[in-house]
Write a protein of this length. Structure first.
Lengths: 195, 195
């Protein structure tokens, strides 16, 4: 039996993303975002929910492109700072010591210290309420060699991204492997043939 | 220095969600989904990316409502099965032994064994490519008493949801707390006054 809680944006877990843009003055900026996820496989797209009063919103709508960097758990303090301060007023890269890197394919910087970066072009906007949904097509994936495994691709275990509990305002690390997909559920395929 | 990887829907982590609906015959169904996330705080909304050939797509577009349940790590095998089999051909609840529960507020069932459920009404659709984005307004949150803390609200630590590495097709558990938001980054607020 479950109890009822007032409607709230409670999803578990939320990702922890650094959305990187250039301002109108050409300075690199990034903001921390937890409202987002993949929304399409082909073309690969992600969605972000951003408030229209954000500096990042201005930058994305002005330039049409943004980089989504995935910080590892070792960057938790820097990542948190990118969610506290606004790039309108200060240079968050200078404050934290993180390094903006220009992109070959889009008009937005990546962050050297983040193990993975997704170069995105905004292709749709949808105003919802407090937040506007931005669909970004992923044009390129960048990854540190150190987080790539034998097949040349990164993994959740090597990236060690952060997770976010938005109600408790707490970051968590990734834990142990819990099972293989399209595998651990096969034991229930017992009574019916499934093509 | 980063290497370039072909564009792909690589985000870390993805959530692991069970999207519950009723079919045209009134039977409860659920499918596992990892393409999704919160997209708006007020009204609280989440987005899901679903393929139009899915049984769940038919059900959501026919009834306009769906329940997003969050399975805990102990349900990894059942959750995986809900992503392997299609409800067109069998009753996944009967196969796994999980229990569908009617909702007071929407025309879609929750799952008794999942600690948290979000009752959603579809309010927008956007065709993107292989997947269609569905925006669901969260009308009600249901939570087991056992995962609620002193303030009556659940937490990532008590829910123990799964995480998903889509490229590796691996589930992971939640790890240790990694930091407090709006707190661990304050140490960088050293040189500039931030209102």
């Amino acid at each position: 039996m479950k109890k009822t809680i007032s409607p709230a944006p409670l999803l578990y877990p939320n990702p922890v993303l650094l959305v990187c843009t250039y301002g109108s003055d050409g300075r690199p900026n990034a903001m921390t975002a937890a409202w987002g996820g993949i929304c399409c496989s082909e073309p690969p797209c992600l969605s972000l929910g951003i408030q229209k009063n954000r500096y990042t919103w201005e930058n994305i709508t002005a330039r049409g492109e943004f980089m989504v960097c995935i910080p590892s758990e070792s960057l938790v303090s820097e990542t948190d700072f990118f969610g506290i301060a606004s790039g309108r007023h200060l240079d968050k890269f200078a404050e934290t010591g993180l390094t903006p890197v220009p992109s070959d394919v889009i008009d937005a910087p990546s962050i050297e210290e983040c193990p993975v970066a997704l170069a995105c072009r905004a292709r749709n906007l949808m105003h919802i309420g407090s937040h506007t949904l931005i669909i970004g097509e992923i044009l390129q994936v960048l990854a540190d060699e150190e987080v790539c495994e034998a097949d040349g691709m990164p993994s959740l275990a090597t990236i060690r991204p952060l997770l976010y509990d938005a109600h408790r305002k707490m970051y968590y690390a990734v834990g142990e492997p819990a099972g293989k997909a399209f595998s651990s559920g096969m034991k229930f395929r017992r009574t019916v043939y499934e093509p």
